[in-house]
Design a protein around this ligand. Structure first.
Ligand SMILES: [Zn+2]
Length: 289
């Protein structure tokens, strides 16, 4: 159920059918090498949210193309909001979603750089009493490295040809680099939105790490954006995925969609999340609610 497609009177039934769960896909707009569109993360998590909702019915809010890409100004297509505005935006959207009856709100994150701000936001929602709970879940939970392991364990993948299987196994065994706009995202986009992928531009810019910031990472400075873009100056991290294709993308998506549907199924039937929130509210001194 897509929020924007529901008529007013349908919201009552949608709240009930979704077990009060509403999923908000959150991505960003950011360069993905020269072969993938800037909206890759958002298009992907939006697709996963929608397909998972067809398996386990929940309401999906319109996907947010705005995410945390602070510091990535040198690339065209990036749209950066201040941290304060992002937090205010999420606060007001979730408040409105909850006012419409959805008390279990899932931020389905499609962008690695969003993890910090979404965790901060989720924690900020616990600073005042609320009659709803916000949770974050990353959509990028199944990659070719997982696929290679499952292939080695003998799992069947009817989507793949023998050549695809060999390519994935060789890519992982040869320690092909992955991270951003790599074989994972390229394969997925070839399935979701093939018209936006320019596989002939896959090596237009270098995707392998410069390793300039490695020593800082290893010393424990995990600060994401600045060091990441030093190592990945083209917002692209991966060995050029010449063998990426829509069949590999279909497997990665199926696994992620199944995981998202299972997570929603669990959340729908488990009202302890709301009971724990009430306990949390009672532990507060201030009588706001
Ligand atoms: Zn991405």
């Amino acid at each position: 159920m897509l929020w924007e497609n529901l008529r007013e009177e349908e919201f009552y039934g949608a709240v009930e059918q979704s077990g009060k769960v509403c999923v908000i896909p959150v991505g960003c707009m950011e360069m993905h090498g020269q072969h993938l569109p800037v909206g890759t993360d958002t298009l992907t998590c939006g697709y996963i949210a929608e397909k998972a909702a067809e398996i386990e019915p929940v309401v999906v809010f319109p996907k947010l193309f705005l995410g945390d890409v602070i510091g990535l100004y040198k690339w065209k297509g990036t749209v950066t909001l201040s941290t304060k505005l992002m937090l205010d935006l999420l606060t007001e959207i979730c408040s409105e979603v909850a006012r419409n009856g959805f008390k279990k709100i899932v931020l389905l994150n499609g962008h690695g750089g969003n993890i910090s701000i979404l965790n901060t936001f989720v924690r900020s929602t616990m600073q005042t009493k609320k009659d709803y709970v916000v949770m974050m879940r990353n959509d990028f939970c199944y990659m070719v490295k997982h696929l290679a392991k499952d292939l080695e364990n003998g799992e069947e993948f009817p989507e793949l040809t023998e050549e695809d299987k060999q390519y994935v196994l060789d890519f992982v065994r040869n320690q092909g680099e992955t991270g951003h706009a790599c074989i994972n995202e390229t394969s997925v986009m070839m399935k979701i939105s093939p018209e936006t992928v320019r596989i002939d531009r896959v090596d237009a810019v270098e995707g392998r790490s410069t390793h300039q910031a490695d020593a800082l990472y290893e010393a424990g400075f995990k600060e994401c954006t600045r060091f990441w873009s030093i190592n990945q100056p083209n917002s692209y991290h991966g060995t050029a995925p010449y063998g990426a294709n829509e069949r590999i993308g279909a497997v990665l998506l199926r696994k992620r969609i199944e995981a998202q549907a299972a997570a929603c199924r669990l959340l729908k039937k488990d009202d302890r999340v709301l009971e724990w929130n009430e306990e949390w509210n009672r532990s507060w001194q201030s009588p706001e609610l």
